[in-house]
Design a binder for this molecule. Structure first.
Ligand SMILES: *Cc1c(COP(=O)(O)O)cnc(C)c1O
Length: 382
């Protein structure tokens, strides 16, 4: 793990997450005020903010947005976060608010499986969509004349990593904006704004909230000016989070540090156990010292995530393996406290082999989980 997990200039991550976004204490009030359910707020006379109508703003969002800003952009007073109904709502908000007909955008060719659908929609609106793989900083080669560079690092599900600082500098030199999908890393694993990005965008559905019971997304932008169009987009489209979801997310962030450290350490243990197995190929975990992503990851990430990917020889073998697991649910998504795994090819979207498994490592005891995985590999043989 990179030595950057300890940051001398501010309190540790555990201290920061339990306090993130909390209001000043008020006698007889709870530490984290409950969800505010309101479609409209009392508003006599002139229309003044902050709270007028529930699609524009909500006090429960405000606290969560402050929490995310403190984690994504500590010490940067200008940074601004907006929460959304889902990760896709947040991603779409950046892409559709920043791009106009005639612009060009660079997307990763190996990113989240809904990105190609977004790309097709952008093309329908007259935007030129270019794609290149995450690995090898290949997006550099198609940057000329682009208005926006979209980075996903580590990429999902392939776990390739690109040099965010290098790509951001090259994009800015050409006048392009830079957005990074920070879902897999979480803000405790990587802080894209410090690496030069204009936007850090994520699905809060995954490890940020970590219990598999909330859909959420957010955009953290460099400053209010950069975020103005994103805010306007949220108002136009109305892709807003319910107050209950926002409150659950804020409550869950208090344990982010505990979950991330536990899950990521166990992910490394699982990866180390898998690499001993002859039937496992193309094992990927950016935290493994000999992983192709490790060198750049260790320079820009503070933690390497809870996702491990690998390939079993055939589809049948992969299906038998998944069925034989007791502690790992066959389910999509990742980042939750209960381990999940799936044969990614079943969705049809990603360009991965039939036996490709994406495993999300949960908060179970590492010995139990490793034993379960090894036993399921044995039982699924032959
Ligand atoms: C899940 C995911 C998304 C989409 O998030 P939702 O909350 O499901 O809309 C976007 N990017 C990545 C990398 C993801 O894993």
């Amino acid at each position: 793990m990179s030595d950057a997990t300890k940051d001398e200039s501010r309190p540790g991550d555990g201290t920061r997450v339990v306090r993130a976004g909390l209001p000043e204490p008020v006698k007889h009030e709870p530490t984290l005020p409950g969800p505010v359910f309101a479609a409209h707020f009392h508003l006599p006379g002139e229309v003044t903010g902050p709270y007028s109508y529930g699609r524009d703003d909500n006090p429960t969002w405000t606290l969560l947005e402050r929490a995310v800003s403190e984690l994504e952009a500590p010490g940067r007073e200008d940074a601004e976060t907006l929460v959304f109904a889902s990760g896709m709502a947040a991603i779409s908000a950046v892409l559709f608010s920043q791009l106009r007909a005639g612009d060009a955008v660079v997307l990763p060719s190996d990113g989240y499986q809904v990105l190609p659908l977004v790309g097709a929609q952008l093309e329908a609106y007259g935007i030129e969509v270019r794609t290149a793989p995450t690995g090898g900083d290949a997006q550099l080669e198609v940057l000329d004349g682009a208005r926006l560079l979209w980075i996903e690092s580590p990429s999902n599900p392939g776990l390739d990593v690109c040099d965010i600082r290098r790509l951001a500098e090259a994009a800015h030199a050409r006048g392009a904006l830079v957005a990074v999908d920070n879902t897999l890393a979480t803000p405790l694993g990587q802080r894209p704004l410090e690496l030069g990005a204009d936007f850090s965008v994520a699905s809060g559905t995954k490890q940020l909230t970590g219990h598999g019971d909330v859909l959420l997304g957010y955009v953290t932008g460099r400053d209010a000016e950069t975020m103005a169009a994103v805010r306007r987009w949220r108002k136009i489209v109305g892709a807003i989070s319910g107050p209950m979801e926002a409150w659950l997310a804020h409550r869950s962030i208090a344990t982010l540090h505990l979950r991330v450290d536990r899950q990521n350490a166990t992910a490394l243990a699982v990866a180390q156990a898998l690499r001993q197995r002859p039937e496992v190929s193309d094992l990927r975990y950016p935290g493994l010292a000999d992983d192709p992503s490790h060198k750049i990851a260790s320079q820009q990430m503070r933690r390497y995530g809870c996702v491990v990917s690998f390939t079993l020889p055939t589809r049948a073998r992969a299906e038998r393996f998944l069925a034989a697991l007791h502690l790992v649910e066959d389910a999509t998504s990742f980042g939750g406290v209960r381990s999940t795994a799936e044969r990614r090819r079943r969705w049809g979207g990603d360009a991965v082999p039939e036996g490709f498994i994406r495993m999300s490592v949960g908060a179970e005891d590492p010995e139990d989980l490793v034993a379960d995985v090894l036993r399921a590999l044995d039982e699924s043989a032959g």
